[in-house]
Design a protein around this ligand. Structure first.
Ligand code: PGA
Length: 251
């Protein structure tokens, strides 16, 4: 595991975008696992800039999103379909046929979850998975639990997650309480992982993730076992980590 502590959100976004861009340049038909939420917004802006100014080519890229709300129409501005189109897809030359996001409107949830897993498998697996982290240590929508949920599944969202997400909705009652999410095994099967966190409200989750016991109550703690993971955090998130200042690696 390599941990980078950067000055601020701007640096975090630039560094993350450089890593994603390198992946795309090295393998133009890479399979990317994408995240939503506030954290990757700056990274997506940088990637759009690289597309416009440096001809970063998305035409052969395949993407799989981590999650989508259950029973929220794709066209709803708060759906993750809308988020991805607004914040990345409509600004770059991605092939719409190569975009995969769970369909939260499929009433047959089991079928939808299996279909999603099969599509990932058919694509040859995910080369680089981008992750944010919840204040409660969730990745994707894998909430703290008594066991690690393996594959894509329907999740009952935690109150903490619903509260955190309510900032995007007019009313707390409008926030979906369920979502479809890749499971921990789906995420852990990615060849590389890039975990991003900024702000002091993520400090405890990151400390528990990187230095705590590996347990399903802190879903992200399983990432300690991944063989190829890069973590980028800003100074505020890193405040309680023991960091070697010279090499930026966790010690
Ligand atoms: P955020 O969400 O980027 O909006 O903080 C991250 C997450 O909940 O996984």
């Amino acid at each position: 595991m390599r941990v980078y502590v950067v000055e601020d959100y701007d640096r975090l976004s630039k560094k993350a975008a450089q890593i994603v861009a390198s992946q795309i340049r090295l393998n133009p038909s890479s399979v990317l696992g994408l995240a939503t939420g506030s954290t990757p917004l700056g990274m997506y802006k940088e990637l759009i800039k690289m597309h416009k100014e440096e001809e970063l080519d998305f035409s052969e890229i395949k993407t799989f999103n981590l999650d989508e709300y259950y029973m929220l129409n794709k066209d709803n501005p708060q759906s993750y379909h809308s988020y991805m189109y607004e914040n990345l897809f409509k600004h770059v030359n991605i092939n719409r046929k190569k975009i995969y996001i769970p369909n939260g409107m499929n009433e047959n949830i089991e079928e939808e979850c299996l279909r999603y897993e099969r599509e990932i498998e058919k694509a040859g697996g995910i080369d680089l998975q981008i992750l944010g982290i919840g204040r409660n240590g969730h990745i994707g929508f894998n909430e703290p639990d008594l066991k690690f949920e393996a594959l894509t599944h329907l999740v009952q969202l935690d109150d903490d997650t619903i509260n955190a997400n309510s900032r995007f909705f007019q009313d707390l009652d409008d926030v979906p309480t369920k979502a479809i999410s890749m499971g921990i095994k789906t995420i852990m099967h990615s060849r590389k992982i890039l975990l991003l966190a900024n702000g002091k409200e993520k400090a405890v989750a990151i400390k528990n993730t990187l230095t705590g016991e590996i347990k399903p109550e802190v879903p992200a703690s399983i990432l300690q076992l991944h063989p190829d993971i890069v973590v980028i955090v800003d100074k505020e998130t890193a405040q309680s980590l023991n960091i070697d200042r010279n090499c930026n690696k966790l010690v």
